[in-house]
Design a protein around this ligand. Sequence first.
Ligand code: PHE
Length: 354
Amino acid sequence: MDDLAALKHATEAALAAASDLRAWDAVRVGVLGKNGSLTGLLKALGQVPAEQRRERGAAVNRLRDELADLVEARRAALEAAALEARLAAERADVTLPPPAIPAGSIHPISRTIEEMTAIFGAMGFTVGEGPDIETDWHNFSALNIPGHHPARADHDTFYLPGTRDGRPLVLRTHTSNVQIITLLTQEPPFRVIAPGRTYRADHDATHSPMFHQCEGIVVDRDITLAHLKGCLVDFLRAYFAQPDLKVRFRASYFPFTEPSMEVDIGWNRRTGEIGAGGDWLEILGSGMVHPRVLANCGLDPREWQGFAFGMGVERVAMLKHGIADLRPFYESDLRWLRHYGFSALAPAMLHEGL
Ligand code: PHE
């Protein structure tokens, strides 16, 4: 091997051994620098005999180009490796790790309200709202329940200190205040449901001082009892997922509807099974909106009619899912929530025949 091939070989080995840019620079200076080995060969060309100088000069210049290329290639490789190492060292994982166990579930009350909203939504209802703290006018008087009316005493009302617009305040005893709010704020015709919290001073296995109702009100021209019946039969059959569920309307009394009807569904008293057996179970209150309620809200009862209904959310949830006791609904007991809670991804079990 001649001296040029030997220098190329040695430079390749030294570059391969240089593991960082500092070592690389030392190799570069040692070969191509002012006192480097290749520079020495160039300087020595003057001593080469004249007849060999041309050939030797061309060979040394070729070697200089080759070495410059090798040095440059090694620099690029070392810089790329340094960048890779830095990116790896500074890597940040911006994703959240998956939860170890699926935690959290939808509470049966939320789930039931979602199902009611879906069913009534398909019938063209929108969702209305009213305050939990309400005036006794919205909760009672406007609904045709005057101060001396026995229904006021039946409601076990929580009265609150203070007034709004000069009217005493209560925790609403039913969602029927939303009938009044809707009649006062929306132009008929409308169809509105209003799920929400209600309060009565009563507490045992079947009563909670706070519970949920879902109100409904429809107002239009020429609304009749037939609309009420069709709407509620369709709802109950969809909610209980039984297309032929037996439904019965029974004359009743509410101050804010005339006529009024309680609605029963078929069930088996012994097994609790909905739709089977020869027994009847009361499930909601309903009736044609009382003309005085319409008039209290500035509507002419000769032009507008409507129907309204109200039902207990916990009650229909308990019946559909076989939950025996009301109290655990509010106790946040994880065992109960895991058992009765719903997966956010589970499809609702509804009869789709609307
Ligand atoms: N507000 C009544 C209750 O709490 C239910 C109801 C609502 C009845 C609408 C008729 C019409 O029992």
